[in-house]
Design a protein around this ligand. Structure first.
Ligand code: ATP
Length: 367
């Protein structure tokens, strides 16, 4: 029937207007999202915005109070946890400390009554996948944090689940290991073609790993898009600030048309900014400019802002400046041409009209 064939072209996971409440507190409101099979989707947002709650709802670990969740085209509201074919990896590795690697990884297979020879083969394959072949006999205590997390990953993928849920799996690891595991997880996800839903509050993790990012704030979606989309064209002031700490310059439109708007900034300078439609003179707007979009020395840039260096950090190929422009602090991250300017020096920044985004008075991108 229709439901038996629903799977083929259906999204791997679909949320339709779900609400989730803890008692009277509504943690997630009207959340809708469709996740394509084989994709890597990240829920990104500050602590408490509801990411974990949504992830847990897929596994059936929290109940939804409204809406529907579909996995592979089927409603799962009434499907118990153990019948949902889902792999889970958490921040804490949650390995059984007294079981060896083999038994830890084999857990989900034994539970599903897979015959022994097949278990041995599948565990071996999963351990190859996470690059810990031959580690079957080791105990978790004999492994590093990164290795334990690889075992947790092997355990989650060994039974070929429909969906892999990853809840801040890298946050307990040190910086180097974290970067290595980013690449590793992404590689495994691609190789297996598994649909992955990843939760993090780390924007770099989200940008580097995801096919799509869902930026969340206070239980609701702010923007859904590719990493480039959410970074380059933030839909709201929240997204602009949360992803990459954009410079936000308040101002008012003095003239607009032909795809640009002249904006008189609160700091006194006037800049020209790409603007998809004419705006009324005097309209209050915010110019969003990424630190990386500025060049030092303005050159032939359409816009130049001059200011005074508050601080400069040398990063090798580039420098990060904090710059005072008429009482407002700007952040610029620019390649170094010549020398790094010091505190108190005058600096001239250039940027192109296309290098910024305009938000309206409500903090929404003008489109
Ligand atoms: P974090 O990154 O800190 O884990 P998060 O975005 O994953 O945050 P959730 O853990 O989903 O956020 O929590 C969303 C909101 O729901 C928070 O305000 C949290 O305090 C609340 N909350 C979570 N679990 C419960 C619970 N069991 N009972 C009551 N409130 C809860």
């Amino acid at each position: 029937g229709a439901s038996a064939s629903a799977g083929a072209n259906s999204p791997a996971v679909e949320f339709r207007d779900i609400d989730i409440a803890y008692g009277k507190f509504v943690a997630v409101r009207d959340f809708s999202l469709s996740i394509r099979k084989g994709s890597f989707v990240t829920l990104l947002g500050p602590s408490g915005c509801g990411k974990t709650t949504i992830l847990r709802s897929i596994a059936g670990l929290v109940d939804i109070s409204g809406g529907q969740i579909m996995i592979d085209g089927r409603r799962v509201d009434d499907v118990p946890i153990y019948k949902r074919n889902i792999g889970l990896v958490f921040q804490s590795y949650a390995l059984f400390p007294h079981k060896n690697v083999f038994d830890n990884v084999a857990f989900g297979l034994k539970y599903r009554n897979v015959p022994k020879p097949e278990i041995v083969r599948k565990v071996g394959k999963a351990l190859d996948m996470v690059r810990l072949p031959g580690s079957e006999k080791k105990l978790p205590s004999q492994l590093s944090g990164g290795q334990q997390q690889r075992i947790a990953l092997a355990r989650a993928i060994v039974f070929e689940p429909q969906v892999l849920l990853l809840d801040e799996p890298l946050s307990a690891l040190d910086a180097n290991m974290r970067e290595e595991m980013r690449v590793e997880i992404k590689k495994i996800q691609k190789e297996t073609g598994i649909t992955a839903i990843f939760v993090t509050h780390d924007q770099e993790e989200a940008l580097s790993m995801s096919d799509r990012i869902v930026v969340m704030n206070a239980g609701a979606v702010e923007q859904i898009g590719t990493p480039e989309e959410v970074y380059e064209t933030p839909a709201t002031a929240f997204v602009a600030d949360f992803l990459g700490k954009a410079n936000m310059l308040a101002g008012a439109v003095s003239r607009s048309g032909q795809g640009t708007a002249m904006v008189v900034l609160g700091t006194g300078q006037t800049v020209s900014v790409a603007c998809p439609r004419p705006l009324a003179d005097g309209s209050k707007v915010t110019v969003v400019a990424r630190p990386q979009k500025f060049s030092v020395g303005a050159g032939t840039s359409a816009n130049r802002l001059s200011g005074r260096v508050i601080s400069a950090s040398y990063l090798g190929g580039s420098a990060i400046y904090e710059i005072d422009i008429g009482g407002k602090t700007l952040r610029a991250n620019t390649p170094i041409s010549g020398r790094v300017l010091g505190e108190g020096e005058t600096i001239e920044l250039g940027f192109a009209p296309d290098d910024c985004v305009l938000l309206d008075a409500a903090g929404k991108r003008i489109s």
